[in-house]
Design a protein around this ligand. Structure first.
Ligand code: HPA
Ligand SMILES: [Zn+2]
Length: 337
């Protein structure tokens, strides 16, 4: 059992969350409530039946259910309710800053307007700032199983809303969809001054991490846990201080590792990498960010020093400005004093 004071520290330490798909925060209860409100038919008879379907074998088996769950989102208020529920839950975990992914193509493909999606999500961020002093920012993800032309068209739709998001990412089915496929759209995003991130090295090989850096010019790697299969790449990530947004419970549910005790989080830290801990899709993977910290610290020989480092890393790896980072890092240090 974990020391009670370490448990308290993990829960109370200020932290940023940098890898959370807002559609992955949609809890089964809210899926059913929105289905009812919007008259959308679901394949599942009850919340329990839906929850029982969350038995994934790999990334694709999860994505099939995740896209089905998102089909209940139709109106601006639905996107607001989903996002505010996440922010409230994150606030309870003392998340002080969240950089949140959203997947516009999942919704525009179903005929929902781009503005409906981003306006609902963004309004919740404004309210979280007002209610709890919690900051939030949006990262628009392109679905990598779709053609690059679709991503370019999505970017065009996003331009009038440029002030509401800070960057772009790449998610969905990784294998067979290398970063190179999105070279043109990421080049265009770079010209627009957007921050760039990409999922790489979750299920895909270390080479996808390398091409995310060299071809897409991303600033952070989402997941990236497979980097350790390539020693030269690992050294490069450490030297260049490229953050990895690691999601332990996600990696177990999607069978990247068999058990939490087999997770390579400690090895990544020992390799000198700028690792952060995040929830990915908390409604599907069995926990929010503090659950990820607590379960990981129970399973591996991690202590107070690693807790402090991971809290600090979450702000260092964020896209906050330097003054905001400094202030939050001081709060972390005070928590550990
Ligand atoms: O973990 C993930 N990987 C890739 N795409 C995703 N979309 C939501 N969650 C994920
Ligand atoms: Zn993810």
């Amino acid at each position: 059992m974990m020391d009670e004071s370490l448990r308290n520290l993990l829960q109370k330490m200020p932290k940023a969350e940098l890898h959370i798909h807002i559609e992955g925060s949609l809890e089964p209860e809210l899926i059913f409530a929105l289905a009812k409100r919007n008259g959308v038919a679901l394949r599942y008879a009850s919340v329990d039946e839906l929850r029982r379907a969350y038995a994934f074998t790999d990334l694709q088996s999860f994505l099939d259910i995740y896209y089905a769950g998102a089909s209940v989102l139709l109106h601006e208020q639905d996107f607001y309710d989903m996002t505010l529920a996440y922010l409230q839950r994150a606030h309870a975990d003392n998340v002080r800053h969240a950089e949140i992914f959203f997947d516009p193509q999942t919704h525009t493909e179903r005929g929902v307007a781009f503005s409906t999606v981003i306006d609902g999500i963004h309004r919740a961020l404004d309210d979280a700032k007002r209610h709890w002093g919690m900051s939030g920012a949006l990262i628009m993800c392109f679905l990598r199983h779709l053609p690059e032309e679709d991503a370019l068209a999505t970017l065009e739709q996003a331009i009038p809303h440029r002030a509401k998001f800070i960057g772009v990412g790449l998610d969905s089915s990784e294998r067979g969809h290398p970063p190179e496929k999105f070279a043109r759209v990421f080049a265009r995003c770079k010209e627009l001054g957007l921050h760039l991130v990409a999922h790489a090295g979750e299920e895909g090989p270390p080479d996808y991490i390398r091409s995310a850096l060299d071809v897409l010019h991303v600033e952070r790697i989402d997941h990236g846990v497979r980097c350790l299969e390539d020693a030269a790449l690992t050294r490069r990530l450490a030297e260049q201080r490229v953050p990895l947004t690691v999601c332990p419970l996600s990696n177990i549910k999607l069978r990247v590792f068999d058990r939490l005790a087999d997770h390579n989080l400690l090895k990544l830290l020992e390799a000198g990498l700028l690792v952060t801990v995040n929830s990915d899709d908390p409604a599907y993977f069995g926990g929010y960010v503090n659950d990820n910290f607590l379960r990981m610290f129970e399973a591996l020989p991690l202590g107070r020093e690693q807790a402090r480092l991971l809290a600090r890393n979450s702000f260092v790896a964020s896209f906050l400005d330097e003054a905001a980072k400094r202030k939050l890092l001081e709060e972390v240090d005070a928590c550990f004093a």
